[in-house]
Design a protein. Structure first.
Length: 504
């Protein structure tokens, strides 16, 4: 009987703790709804980051609140985010718009492109002033040794190893049509991140990679651009795409950037970003060309770390709360066996086998989700279900038969047996599942930055883009520390929530 009373106290405490968490979540959500800023998006390469920062600064100087979601992914992700209103502006290129967004293989005039975009409620600035076309590059020493000059010359060297970005491999104006135009048939073609490709070509791991003509790393790594002698690549004039729903002052501010950035200036800004590892500082050179390196630009590191960590805890915490609220009831049903139990455990197991990056990608096109924090939280919630469901079911199934029969003999109702006997007896297993889910969520939440949801994945993605280990560690180390702190917190909760006789 004493054990039952203690279990009842544990149950009451657990309910109070759960209701407190929900109340705190609702209060924080209600009290943290700032005025919606104009949201600028950017792709995951240096130039797009820099242009995004220029747009943000331009809007801010015009007195318009703006936010920049850095490195959100490739063309289709940014385009869908713009169409659905999850971002308001992002930098794009006319060739990409024609081939990838409008799905046209013919040449379109600037006016035709603008007309087609207008049908989707999207506007386009005049060109910013530079053409950033695709190119194939090789080390100068390798080019001179083989006597190469044009892309056509590659046809005679199938032994060369190609390392191409994943987007270029799949684009309609990318690798497959390029091979058809030039009759290329290399023996080795791999997909590789844009920034990591430069490191690979410098080390000799690959021989040829795709590049952007304004990449600062072309000259820094002594690379040669192979001549596009069959004129395959179209014009890629840089523009900003924006939603017509934007306030007129924001559109007017954006249009002031038209025709103000040539190839030389853009290459210089890209070089500054990669040298300083600071996109905001690089963008500042557009506004203040003579700015000295001693000036401070953008957020301080402590402020950025606090922002990253706060968002990371929000993503991991809310998703874990959902996993607990849904996972424990599902685990209770699954513990009863039968077809329903197998279906529940099977579904949770299937979700767990989907790579977390693929799960994010599957959710993005669905209604209600898209490029948003709720998409990241939903993916993390689904990913964290299995440990909670499985451990809850296992803990309940492992309760001795004699104890179950004793609870029935005491005349307790099924609900009372569950709350006062079964769940307290299974609490060690249930908390172990929650702990596992929490640690998984903290680690996996770094991928949320791929869809602009923020968190400690931001510096990791930026560091990968810049091939800068120090920047990667700015996100990786705090994420690892958070995982250890979460594990320690649950070790303390074990001592509070698990009945004394059940502790290890």
């Amino acid at each position: 009987m004493n054990r039952i009373k203690k279990a009842g106290k544990q149950e009451t405490f657990g309910r109070q703790l759960l209701f407190s968490c929900v109340a705190a979540f609702l209060i924080c959500s209600a009290g943290s709804l700032p005025a919606k800023p104009v949201v600028v998006g950017s792709k995951k390469f240096t130039e797009s980051y820099v242009l995004g920062e220029i747009a943000k600064r331009t809007l801010s100087d015009a007195g318009i609140s703006a936010d920049h979601r850095q490195g959100m992914g490739g063309t289709i992700i940014l385009w869908e985010a713009l169409r659905s209103g999850q971002i308001d502006i992002y930098p794009e290129y006319t060739g990409t718009i024609t081939q990838e967004i409008l799905k046209r293989s013919d040449e379109l005039t600037f006016e035709q492109i603008a007309t087609e975009l207008g049908k989707a409620g999207i506007g386009m600035t005049e060109p910013l002033g530079f053409n950033n076309t695709y190119a194939l590059v090789m080390l100068r020493s390798r080019v001179e040794k083989l006597g190469l000059r044009t892309i056509t010359d590659l046809k005679n060297h199938p032994e060369l190893k190609f390392g191409l970005t994943h987007e270029f491999l799949d684009r309609q104006d990318g690798w497959r049509p390029l091979t058809q135009r030039y009759q290329l048939n290399p023996q080795s073609v791999i997909g590789i991140d844009h920034a990591l490709g430069y490191a690979a070509i410098a080390k000799g791991s690959i021989d040829v990679k795709d590049a952007y003509s304004t990449d600062a790393k072309i000259s820094e790594n002594d690379l040669v651009v192979l001549e596009d002698d069959r004129k395959f690549f179209p014009q890629y004039k840089a523009v900003f795409l924006f939603r017509f729903a934007l306030p007129e002052p924001a559109i007017s501010a954006l249009r002031k950037l038209e025709g103000t950035i040539d190839e030389v200036k853009m290459t210089r800004l890209n070089a500054k970003a990669e040298r300083t590892k600071n996109y905001t500082r690089a963008a500042s050179l557009y506004f203040e060309p003579d700015a000295t390196s001693t000036m401070t630009f953008g957020e301080t590191f402590p402020h950025k770390l606090a922002r990253w960590t706060g968002r990371h805890l929000e993503l991991a915490g809310f998703s874990l709360l959902l996993s607990v609220l849904v996972g424990i009831p599902l685990g209770i049903f699954a513990s009863r066996g039968g077809a329903i139990g197998h279906i529940i455990l099977g579904f949770a197991g299937i979700v767990q086998t989907i790579p977390s990056l693929a799960l994010l990608a599957l959710l993005v096109p669905l209604p209600f989700f898209g490029i948003s924090v709720r998409t990241a939280i939903t993916a993390l919630f689904l990913y964290g279900l299995l440990p909670i469901v499985r451990n809850t079911a296992t803990g309940l199934q492992d309760i001795p038969r004699a104890l179950r029969e004793s609870a029935i003999a005491l005349g307790l109702s099924p609900a009372a047996r569950l709350w006062q006997i079964h769940l307290p007896m299974a609490s060690r297993s249930i908390l172990a599942g929650i702990k596992t889910s929490a640690v998984i969520n903290v680690g996996t939440a770094t991928l949320a930055a791929l869809i602009g949801a923020g968190g400690l994945g931001e510096p990791i993605l930026s560091g990968l883009n810049l091939n800068d280990h120090a920047t990667i560690l700015q996100g990786a180390v705090p994420a690892a520390i958070l995982a250890l702190l979460v594990q320690s917190l649950f070790d303390l909760l074990d001592r509070v929530l698990i009945p004394k006789g059940l502790r290890l």
